[in-house]
Design a binder for this molecule. Structure first.
Ligand code: SF4
Length: 367
């Protein structure tokens, strides 16, 4: 894996990447190894690797998610959530795609990465698409094989974090031996159990009622199906499962009721903790959805609304207000509420912020 000179692209992604590696001291001993891992292709800007850095192009000075890895099994997403920037770009249900030569490239990347001798890292599957989209996964089994490959190389990882709206697929019967012979058997669970101490399953459930969720997450499995799988993964298999009650919609929009938020919490009490944040409203989403939400994202700074390059986001003060109800309901139930970004950020020494939150047991949304 030698490094060659980079062409300057319109956004000079490589330049941005090198700048943040250089500015983050904990990376210093690994700088050249990381550059060589990602620097073997001058044309594709990180798309040459399936085992990539999490948020490779984020500015670590503003959003320091440190040294963590990511695998996006598919491209785009079939679930078609109205509030999702991915859905805004790919155009809705049925637009998910498999990646060409995905498993071959991932196997190569794992071997290359192992040869670097880097310290173990958290790996996220998948932070910008659902890895268990039924249509794509049952046809390709790319996530099934990804889990097998990760289980075999688990010494490379501190934890394996799987985020999905379709957890029941993990409990389904499917197996495939090394000769490619398919049979019935709980193959997903086999891989997950083989690295059980490292696995964290994050399940997104933002609605409880079927009519409501169908309107906002039209391609995703029903919340009741997700809750049933969440409970089985905890009760029958003892996995650490986190509930993503995310996003929280402005209460006055009527899109998500307080009653359904409470019902989701009541049915998920054994989760490790709750992850959430107020809706960040992307500009590029379905027009009808945008029109419906825009009244709650107007008024600029006076109303605690900030524009962050592609979407409207609440200021810290407004966020605390919007999250007060969920925070109080979590407290009543003895559940810990964590801001979505705190699950990935690190401090200046590279220590995960989440570690401190879990030790202290104090919600991120205290006023
Ligand atoms: S499941 Fe996730 S990636 Fe897929 S459309 Fe919904 S929010 Fe976006």
């Amino acid at each position: 894996m030698g490094m060659r000179g980079r062409e300057t692209t319109r956004y000079d992604y490589w330049g941005i990447f090198v700048t943040w590696i250089d500015s983050f001291e904990p990376y210093a001993p690994y700088r050249d190894k990381l550059l060589s891992y990602f620097g073997n292709d001058t044309r594709t800007d990180f798309k040459n690797r399936q085992l990539c850095l999490y948020n490779a192009l984020s500015d670590r000075k503003r959003f320091n998610c440190g040294y963590r890895l990511g695998i996006n099994v598919f491209q785009n997403c079939d679930h078609g959530c109205r509030y999702c920037y991915v859905n805004g770009y790919c155009g809705g249900i049925g637009r998910g795609k498999t990646r060409p030569s995905y498993l071959k490239t991932l196997s190569r990347d794992l071997a290359d990465f192992e040869s670097l001798g880097m310290p173990p890292a958290d790996v996220h599957i998948s932070n910008s698409t659902d890895p268990l989209q039924s249509r794509l996964e049952t046809a390709s089994r790319h996530t099934f094989h990804t889990l097998r490959l990760l289980a075999a190389k688990q010494h490379l990882f501190n934890s394996v974090i799987l985020l999905t709206k379709n957890p029941s697929l993990l409990l389904s019967e499917y197996n495939c031996n090394t000769d490619g012979f398919e049979s019935k058997g709980q193959g997903y669970l086999e891989s997950l159990l083989a690295m059980k101490e490292k696995v964290r399953i994050e399940i997104s459930i933002a609605f409880y009622n079927d009519d409501k969720y169908k309107e906002i997450e039209p391609g995703a499995p029903s919340p009741k199906d997700r809750i049933a799988a969440l409970r089985r993964l905890i009760d029958e298999y003892g996995f650490k499962v986190r509930l993503r009650l995310d996003p929280i919609f402005p209460h006055a929009s009527g899109i998500q009721t307080r009653d359904e938020i409470c019902r989701i919490l009541d049915e998920s009490v054994k989760t490790e903790f709750i992850i959430s944040k107020p809706l960040r409203l992307p500009k590029k989403v379905n027009q009808e959805f945008l029109n419906r939400l825009m009244p709650f994202y107007s008024g600029g700074k006076n109303e605690g609304v900030e524009w962050h390059s592609t979407r409207w986001v609440y200021s810290h003060e407004r966020k605390i207000k919007e999250m007060a109800f969920l925070r109080d309901e979590c407290q009543k139930r003895g559940m810990l509420l964590v801001d979505c970004k705190s699950t990935v950020l690190v401090d200046k020494r590279g220590e995960p912020i989440l570690k401190r939150i879990l030790e202290r047991g104090i919600s991120d949304f205290e006023a």
